[in-house]
Design a protein around this ligand. Structure first.
Ligand code: THU
Length: 134
């Protein structure tokens, strides 16, 4: 669980990251921020490509950035979209979140009052993960 101060920082980081989205094709800007086991925050935005299949979601940009910095445990993921309704992470991102945070809390915020707040297990029931390979 993030502290109220951490949650504020996560929300600000996700909003700032959305401003850096590279989304010339969809025009759908997404920002994400993750809180790691050691208390650090990493942010990311979606990065699209003229070869559409190569587009990377904001959540995965943030998570890969955390992993590249040596942080492999996620506690919380905050997603921000400048929309009226909150955006839940896509299926691929849910799978990637589960890999590094089987108990992670996911919070999606937007410019409206709508909010999503739940566990990765609720968003990805009967998940396949690292434990299945042992
Ligand atoms: N996108 C994200 O970054 N995160 C999500 O959870 C949903 C979708 C991005 C991918 C693509 O750049 C754009 O939003 C439209 O799908």
């Amino acid at each position: 669980m993030p502290t109220p101060a951490q949650l504020r920082k996560l929300k600000t980081a996700a909003k700032t990251a959305a401003g850096r989205a590279y989304a010339p094709y969809s025009k759908f800007r997404v920002g994400a921020a993750v809180l790691t086991g050691s208390g650090k925050i990493f942010a990311g935005c979606n990065v699209e490509n003229a070869s559409y299949g190569l587009c990377n979601c904001a959540e995965r940009t943030a998570i890969f950035s955390a992993v590249a910095a040596g942080e492999r445990k996620l506690k919380c993921v905050v997603v921000y979209t400048p929309t009226k309704n909150a955006t839940a992470p896509c299926g691929a991102c849910r799978q990637v979140i589960f890999e590094f945070g089987p108990t992670v809390r996911i919070i999606s915020i937007c410019d409206g009052r709508d909010q999503i707040d739940g566990s990765i297990r609720s968003l990805l029931p009967a998940a396949f993960g690292p434990a299945d390979l042992i």
